[in-house]
Design a protein around this ligand. Structure first.
Ligand SMILES: [Cu+2]
Length: 158
């Protein structure tokens, strides 16, 4: 019994480590949009296009997201579950210019993001500009969640 509790506690801490932080960088990660700061500065943030997504029942709803290149965008991620989730989308992150990540009582300024957490019951907002056209995949960064169906696709179009 003791061993079983220990194993559960360990696996929970591993999950927390994988989804528990936002990594916003002000130093260019390899392959990311190099002029992201300039793009953010030149963009009007008064009325960003909003895409709203809810995480529930082991899924992102909707799971197909369409964004418009060069448009100020606000991706609202609502975690309607009592567990932690995260957005893993490395190639998509490489192709956007990030204004900020908002939620949990704080605002993290970009211009580059490498990981995004959506803790239990919280709402996170990613304010960004898609800087390249592309078709991408994304998935939850919590271990085991993608295989339960927590994944999807992103298109950046004209
Ligand atoms: Cu998840």
């Amino acid at each position: 019994m003791m061993l079983r509790s220990l194993a559960v506690a360990l696996s929970l801490s591993v999950l927390a480590a994988c989804t528990g932080s936002d990594t916003v960088s002000n130093r260019l990660p390899p392959g990311f949009v190099s002029d992201a700061a300039e793009i953010v500065a030149a963009t009007d943030w008064a009325a960003p296009e909003e895409v709203r997504v809810t995480i529930a029942d082991h899924a992102f709803k909707p799971s197909e997201w369409t964004f418009h290149r060069d448009r100020a965008t606000r991706l609202v991620l609502v975690n309607a579950t009592d567990s932690d989730h995260g957005l893993a989308a490395r190639q998509f992150f490489a192709d956007i210019a990030v204004e900020s990540v908002r939620g949990g009582g704080q605002t993290l300024k970009g211009p580059w993001i490498e990981s995004l957490s959506i803790p239990a019951g919280q709402t996170k907002e990613l304010w960004f500009v898609p800087a390249r056209f592309g078709a991408y995949t994304f998935e939850c960064s919590a271990i085991g969640h993608p295989s339960l169906g927590e994944r999807g696709v992103i298109d950046v179009v004209r």
